[in-house]
Write a protein that binds this ligand. Structure first.
Ligand code: GAL
Length: 388
């Protein structure tokens, strides 16, 4: 036997006996799947200085879920939750870099919204007899706190432990036309029950308006997986606040019963979205505030239950707020590229923005959003994840 042949035999035996290394593709564990997903979120694309302040990418984890956030706009950029197979799915729509957040046409993805979420008719309101005018950045009305809303400011961030991020921002007197220095603190945390908990706090030195929310866009089958039209949704609300063509509430609380707005029983989002209904025409689909209170759980209003038809990921939303804006992603316009590489096509995500009702300062029948010196604004909302 020559030595060449013996060496070849030895090498062959060595390969045959060495266990084949499993590739990530073969059988991804939860951890591996997350690493694959989180590859799209690179620290170096988020860590920067903006408005003279440090901006960073923060990772939170607890239970089986993991969340990526940036203090630019106090926003969720990725949210990884297990599906029915245990694979982690990113259910939050967002971009892969701060640069994209700054340049993109849609600025609200995942952001903390303030000081006044949703619309104020013609940007006008009166506080204790004084009239105020704020910028009209949406078809003649004010939307989400103006051009420089809380989605576009740099929040001061502290991460006291691996599951909590504390964000603070003081909005100066008359910023975007709103009176009073408003001190705001929003605490994002992940609970061991696989929930995202958001606790809001604010105080002011002059009478002002406050209506804070978070504007996460969800696709429970995963970002870039197509439309949300087959998601099954339940909204625990007997009434909604109908709007005019400019999406300003008429002041009426209209029963949902017998209308395409009735989600008291589970229905797919897409079933009736194209129905011949004036309210759906005004919104280009669902873009309406629902009146909560029909169901309570965990000492909060149970606002919604949504199930992703493919992933079976289930999201339950609870809030201390009296309303929730169900926005079905109608204005998403395929103009922006998401972190997954997919475009933000119409109705590929939905939002459930817990809130006081839109245009509250001009609607005497709606709960007030006025905050006075000496008072503390506190509220909280929770998004719980499980599989069906
Ligand atoms: C929602 C609002 C929609 C749209 C969206 C952001 O809160 O109701 O009309 O403006 O934000 O694109």
């Amino acid at each position: 036997m020559n030595t060449k042949w013996i060496t070849s035999l030895f090498v062959c035996l060595l390969f045959a006996c060495t266990p084949k290394k499993q590739s990530v593709k073969d059988s991804p564990t939860k951890k591996q799947t997350l690493d694959m997903n989180s590859n799209t979120l690179k620290k170096k694309r988020f860590d920067t200085i903006l408005q003279g302040k440090p901006v960073k990418l923060f990772w939170l984890e607890n239970g089986d879920i993991k969340m990526a956030m940036t203090n630019y706009g106090g926003r969720i950029v990725g949210l990884y939750v297990p599906d029915k197979k245990g694979d982690l799915i990113d259910v939050n729509i967002g971009y892969g870099s701060i640069k994209t957040y700054l340049e993109a046409d849609e600025t609200y993805f995942g952001a903390t919204i303030g000081r006044v979420g949703n619309r104020i008719a013609k940007g006008k309101f009166t506080l204790n007899g004084t009239e105020f005018s704020v910028p009209t950045n949406n078809n003649g009305n004010a939307l989400h706190g103006g051009y420089k809303g809380f989605q576009s400011v740099v929040w001061e961030a502290q991460q006291p432990n691996k599951y909590t991020l504390i964000l603070q921002y003081t909005s100066p007197d008359m910023e975007e036309g709103f009176p009073g220095n408003l001190k705001t603190k929003v605490t994002y945390s992940l609970t061991s029950e696989n929930a995202v908990r958001i606790q809001y706090k604010a105080s002011t030195d002059k009478p002002t308006l406050v209506n804070l929310t978070n504007h996460a866009y969800f696709n429970l089958n995963g970002e870039g997986s197509g439309t949300i039209l087959n998601h099954k949704m339940q909204l625990f609300a007997e009434a909604f606040t109908p709007v005019d063509a400019g999406l300003i509430p008429t002041g009426e609380l209209r029963p949902v019963s017998g209308t395409p707005f009735d989600f008291t029983q589970p229905r797919t989002i897409g079933e009736r979205v194209e129905a011949d209904n004036e309210q759906l025409h005004f919104g280009g689909g669902y873009d309406h505030n629902y009146v909560l209170g029909a169901k309570q759980e965990k000492s909060m209003n149970h606002a919604a239950k949504v199930v992703g038809d493919i992933s079976k990921i289930t999201m339950n939303v609870y809030t201390k707020e009296p309303g929730v804006q169900f926005y079905g992603g109608n204005f998403m316009g395929s103009k922006n590229t998401l972190k997954s590489g997919a475009k933000d096509d119409a109705r590929t995500a939905f939002c459930l923005e817990t809130q006081h009702f839109p245009d509250a300062p001009n609607q005497p029948n709606f709960p007030s959003i006025q905050l006075n010196p000496g008072e503390t604004y506190t509220t909280s909302s929770e998004y719980h994840f499980s599989v069906e």
